[in-house]
Design a protein around this ligand. Structure first.
Ligand code: DGJ
Length: 535
């Protein structure tokens, strides 16, 4: 079921030339009318991802990783590249671990998203090489408000920036040489950059910058407007940004640093690049002392966009709880200047359904975190159960991911997911409506989904023709708009799957399967092709 990566090496050997592979199109993100699409080998691509645990990209860990990848039926594995491993001595690079990953990914026919664990990993410097960690004076951390040491690297250190730029460029250079097949389709720059424990750096050098003027790039009318500041604002950080000044200063400083690292790598080899965000509560506008400060949280997206244009996507790691909160995050990161991509989410049963919302929001991909057993001795059955909230959907969707990626780019997909109160949801489809009730069993006696994990997306193929993909809900179509009040019926409801771009019916649903208020999507994620007719 896994995505067949172009068997480039085999073709190259067969044709006896390497240039065959090198001519393959670079992975790229395109934008049209504020919608985005990831192209891989020139084709629309949706990342059905899975991220390994932090310490699982080592060769000895990979057998279990591939077991999890196969179980999940992903098409893209997200795996770290550790700075401490690739540059054990200053300027001496060792790409053997990365190469093992590349070779094995090709063997397992999956793409890779590499995660650059560089200067920042969850706000700290823990993946810096030992020779840097041992020289805290040259590669400093930030200082807290009361002079206390903070476990977070300084975004103002030119020495750190130079080393990170060099190392990241070396990684991208190596990929350019070693990955003509484009097994790697995207790279994450740093990991959850920003700082915990202090909103910004209060060292004397940082304080001097903070007391200076706000850079002109942030004083543009549209940026001030996006940050709710008057158009004519000028002056110091505090003068322009008031009680948000500390956080905005940190966001600007981190984004400038990460943007320079990204630009250096991109100049070497222009893969799509993204930065992941440890989120803040999007509903309550909390103070920055409550979350990781300086990363691309929703309130500082305009700052990141201005400071780091080499970064293609600012991506939310969705660990928050509650559908209202999560749906808000999805809205906030789907912007004309930002494609939605969810590089991390929890594996809990209620998280998998948001895959459907990512499709409906024109997103590029979705990935749970921690798919492998982390050397814990998990049985195959336990692994299957743990990955089940995602693997059934991936199995149903993967054979049609190219089509779905194109449909979402064209704005043809709508979705609803079950809320905690299980309320009915309605999808408007022009001259029809889809009324969705969540649960299992008969529509009239629906049993609640204990994990609130009902979900469905509907693709409008024509005025009266739809695809529905989902699980744990009933769909009832109703005439609407110009069809309002008309008699109607299901012309045909087929259950099936996609193969090579075509729908292959398994059966026609009729009788009990459609007569009691429309088709049911059961526990197993299912694909239906539905046509309706008025009479
Ligand atoms: C978010 C980080 O980005 C990951 O690397 C990992 O630490 C997870 N949190 C753990 O939940």
């Amino acid at each position: 079921m896994m995505k067949a990566v172009l068997p480039c090496l085999a073709l190259a050997l067969f044709f006896g030339e390497r240039s065959f592979c090198q001519s393959a199109a670079m992975p790229t993100i395109i934008e049209k009318n504020g919608r985005h699409e990831l192209l891989v080998d020139g084709k629309p691509f949706f990342v059905l991802g899975g991220q390994v645990h932090n310490s699982s990209a080592w060769p000895g860990m990979l057998p279990k990783v591939w077991e999890a990848a196969a179980q999940l039926q992903l098409n893209t594995l997200e795996a770290p590249v550790y700075w401490e491993q690739i540059e054990p001595q200053a300027g001496r690079f060792d790409f053997s671990v990365m190469d093992t990953l590349l070779v094995q990914a090709r063997r397992h026919r999956v793409h890779l998203v590499l995660l650059w664990f560089g200067t920042w990993k969850n706000g700290s410097n823990h993946y810096m090489p030992a020779w840097m960690k041992a020289d805290g004076r040259k590669y400093p951390n930030i200082t807290g408000k009361n002079g206390q040491p903070i476990d977070s690297p300084s975004p103002h250190s030119t020495a750190t920036l130079e080393q990170d730029m060099k190392a990241f460029t070396a990684v991208l250079h190596h990929l350019k040489e070693a990955d003509a097949e484009h097994t790697v389709i995207m790279v994450q720059v740093e990991n959850e950059s920003g700082s915990w424990g202090s909103v910004r750096d209060y060292s004397p050098a940082a304080q001097k910058l903070f007391e200076g003027p706000v850079p002109s790039q942030l004083l543009k009318r549209e940026i001030l407007k996006a940050l709710n500041r008057p158009a004519a604002s000028r002056g110091t950080w505090t003068g322009v940004f008031g009680d948000r000044a500390d956080e905005y200063f940190q966001a600007w400083s981190v984004a400038l640093f990460v943007g320079k690292v990204a630009a250096a790598g991109k100049a070497e080899y222009p893969l799509p690049l993204y930065v992941n965000a440890a989120l803040r509560d999007p509903l309550t506008d909390p103070p920055a002392t409550n979350y990781e400060s300086g990363g691309p949280t929703d309130n500082v997206i305009p700052i990141w966009k201005a400071a780091a244009p080499a970064i293609d996507v600012l991506a939310p790691d969705i660990y928050l709880q509650g559908s209202e909160r999560i749906l808000k995050v999805i809205d906030l990161y789907d912007r004309p200047d930002n494609a939605l991509f969810v590089p991390e989410t929890g594996l809990e049963p209620e998280k998998g359904k948001y895959l459907y919302e990512v499709f409906a929001h024109g997103g590029l991909g979705f990935s749970p975190f921690g798919i492998d057993d982390n050397n814990d001795g998990e049985t195959a059955e336990a692994l299957a159960a743990r990955l089940a909230p995602f693997s059934g959907d991936y199995a149903a969707i993967e054979p049609m991911q190219h089509e779905l990626a194109q449909w979402t780019f064209e704005g043809k997909i709508k979705a609803v997911v079950e809320r905690e109160d299980h309320t009915q949801q309605v999808i408007g489809l022009g001259s029809w409506q889809a009324v969705v009730d969540f649960g299992t069993g008969e529509r009239t006696e629906l049993q609640k989904n204990p994990a609130d994990d009902g979900r469905v997306m509907i693709i409008q193929l024509g005025e009266n023709e739809f695809l529905a993909i989902g699980a744990r809900c009933h769909i009832m179509f109703k005439p609407a708009g110009k069809n309002s009040g008309k008699a109607w019926q299901y012309l045909k409801v087929e259950e099936g799957s996609y193969l090579n771009g075509e729908f292959k019916p398994l059966r026609i649903l009729n009788g009990d399967e459609t007569d009691w208020g429309g088709p049911h999507l059961g526990i197993k994620p299912t694909v239906l092709r539905i046509s309706l007719v008025t009479r």
